[in-house]
Design a protein around this ligand. Structure first.
Ligand code: SF4
Length: 212
């Protein structure tokens, strides 16, 4: 895929959805961090249901510590892996208070030092809370990047690096959301909706005519 086709793909995504954002509900970097910590192997809808009750009670590291591990679990128990995730939340809040003045740090190294925060979570927070052009490659982005050939790669890190290098700069900040939404609702894993895909004529997926 050449640069002009890649550019046209993102121009179309932008025209269709000029201000994309995450479907996780949050009102501060801290709330986003907690929501993303809860979101591994869970749906955004499920996380939003839990945080809609949790955040009014605790939306700062201190309030979360005051709630305590058992208290946090009461709000997160509908989410998969909630025991581990709740433990990570409490440990993360302790570190935020001890080392970062209760604020969410804005560097990758500091974010990845928090319990339960890997490269993907750090990328989401850097991109969505702090406006840095980071690319959190999840299963949707990995699939879309490979099928379309926007940035094919054998593993998520390869795809992440290629996307960061190949996506034209003006689109880099929002590309993460466009690709996730495209994978979630159009370029679905089992049955891509090629017949109603706004980039079908630009996509290089060999099997797309089978799904048109
Ligand atoms: S044409 Fe099909 S395979 Fe290509 S991006 Fe669209 S939905 Fe995905």
């Amino acid at each position: 895929m050449n640069r002009s086709i890649r550019t046209e793909i993102f121009e179309r995504f932008q025209a269709a959805n000029p201000h994309p954002t995450t479907e996780l509900v949050f009102n501060s970097p801290f709330e986003l961090l907690i929501a993303v910590l809860l979101s591994a192997q869970a749906t955004d809808v499920g996380v939003n249901k839990a945080t809609a009750k949790l955040f009014p009670v605790a939306n700062t590291p201190q309030a979360m510590l005051d709630l305590g591990l058992e208290g946090v679990k009461e709000y997160t128990k509908t989410i998969g892996l909630y025991q581990t995730k709740s433990r990570h939340i409490i440990e993360t809040c302790r570190i935020l208070l001890e080392r970062h003045g209760g604020e969410v740090p804005q560097t990758r190294a500091e974010l990845e030092a928090l319990p339960g925060v890997g490269r993907k979570t750090a990328n989401v927070v850097l991109n969505t809370a702090f406006g840095q052009p980071a690319m959190a490659v999840d299963t949707h982005i990995f699939r879309v990047a490979n099928r379309t050939r926007i940035a094919p790669g054998k593993n998520v890190r390869e795809v992440e690096d290629k996307l960061m290098r190949l996506i034209p700069k003006p689109f880099l900040q929002d590309a993460h959301h466009w690709l996730i939404l495209h994978g979630r609702y159009t370029c679905k894993a089992l049955k891509p909706q090629c017949g109603r895909c706004l980039i079908a004529d630009l996509c290089e997926y060999g099997a797309k005519n089978d799904f048109a």
